[in-house]
Design a protein around this ligand. Sequence first.
Ligand code: WT7
Length: 654
Amino acid sequence: MEESILSVSSERAERRKVNPSKKFVKSAYVKSLREYNKIYNESVKNPAKFWGEKAKQLHWFKKWKTVFKYSKKPFVKWFEGGKINVSYNCLDRHLTTWRKNKAALIWQGEPEEDSRTYTYVELHREVCKFANVLKRKGIRKGDRVCLYMPMIPEIAIAMLACTRIGAIHSIVFGGYSAESLRKRIKDSEAKMLITADGSLRKGKPMPLKDKADSVLGKCRSVKNVIVCKRANIKVKMNKRRDFWWHEEMKDASPFCKAVEMDAEDPLFILYTSGTTGTPKGVLHTTGGYLVYVYQTTKWVFDLKDDDTYWCTADVGWITGHSYIVYGPLANGATSLMFEGVPTYPEPDRFWQIVEKYKVNVFYTAPTVVRALEREGKKWVDKHDLSSLRLLGSVGEPINPDAWNWYYNVIGKRKCPIVDTWWQTETGGILITPLPGAMPLKPGSATMPFPGVVPAILKEDGSEAAANEGGDLVIKKSWPGIGRTVWKNPKRYIDVYFSKFPDYYLAGDAAKKDKDGYFWIMGRIDDVVNVSGHRIGTAEVESALVSHKTVAESAVVPMSHEIKGQCLYAFVTLKRGVKKSDKLKIELVKHVARVIGHIAKPEKVQFADALPKTRSGKIMRRILKAIVEGKKDVGDTTTLADASVVKTLIREKEK
Ligand code: WT7
């Protein structure tokens, strides 16, 4: 039997290595550690040469002058002088090859009978048509278009249509609330909203257009709304503003020239949570981003032309942008997109889809692996998963137990697992195995992608020794790095380039072992990773405080068996408000209304007082210790009133 390394020391975990099989190595792009080291060393010695060569594999209307240079540190330009179009590279480039009739996108709807396949020619046609719809509605290069959509092919079509004409898309995950949508529309001053009547979730229609309507009155920048039919929900259409997707598409021309974009022209904005109440609009630009997702998709997923590749993320997150749409299509791959959830109608849905489409490469999150592991092996055994040859993981560290299950039960001990570390801001994967080259160490994202130079720094800026924890930074620029925070370059510098001005600060703690393997240890800031989604505690606190009964709140992470982490909220009520379980439920609902269901606290504890310093700062370190049930909550001498801690421990939520 496979040894469980759940309980062994981290030192033993470090020593455990899993090698790719001979068969896997035989066809892999990068076949050995030696080969990787050679590529890596050359890439770091001469990044301009390395990235220039990779970029050449894409189609440029005009070649760049310089591969990269700093305009004014930390602001960087990649492929300056080059002209390129993302939609052209994802579509047109393949139409003159045998791939024109290859499946580009396979879509599986939540109901089993809903599925569609688009070949490259067909996808190209839809994208051109929709690009013409955008133009007809007055969308021009540089305009922002907000997408608030379900996981349907139209979201990919809309993205590619935007990039075709140079419009900047900003996707808001469909699970976010109307209020979150409003904030993001306002910040980006989007001229158009593309949405749907609703989405399907476990067989139930969930409104999107209605939700959007509740705030559109306050979004003056939005001139038009395009609505896709999906969930059979009756919606109100504002005659002058709102239009049906299918009606607009009817007479749209299938010819639309791709605009020649400067390599550094904005491509998309994607909002992500930080340490303040306001999310950051991370801006990615055209040429560098595409080169980066192209090359990482190819090498990390070892993607071959006959692969069916499935990334289970939502397109609303960066993973969906980079590894459902842009990376795979730039490679001419077949990308599978699934609308539903892993456990509906039964907990074998994912495995049923793997079997149905003979999926070869499967990329998901540890939270999904844990949730499905709990459902039991019997659901896996109902299906033939023999098509799988490579597995991927993203979003949080994968714990050894989940790793073992993924490796043994899903991969049948023949599929390497690529544990990919990256972020919304990095555009693509930075630390990861190249699956044919690296012996894996379960729990480690292993080594940097070629061209990427990570380091672990101590507080004084010096490099940590082997196995010593510290701040994970990236020392050199890479083509996929987010270029700024939309309309807020100062925040970009403050967040990523002020602690160690010459390096990109990831916001994660990590260590590097003696063999050069990286181990990610979690966030260093007040950001919580719930099921692989980033939630800023400040955002949740401000949502709670916006409720009429709440005076103050402090939200901290708590470990969770399936989600990895969840949110635990301490709430001080206004004077005279009665504490009740009903109110707790109401507060949780309130957070869902303000931010979205993904930000709902798992537990709410009423606290008459919070542990504060004499200057009034809430001591989160103590709250975290209380929540985790630590016997010793640490130094409490700086607290204004140390008795507060005892009360909180006594009243802790079970
Ligand atoms: C944060 C970024 C990257 C797409 C999904 C999340 C955590 C991500 C890993 C991994 C350990 C990971 C980090 C990172 N994270 N992947 N393989 N191992 N931690 O994107 O919302 O921008 O979150 O997710 O803490 O900083 P995101």
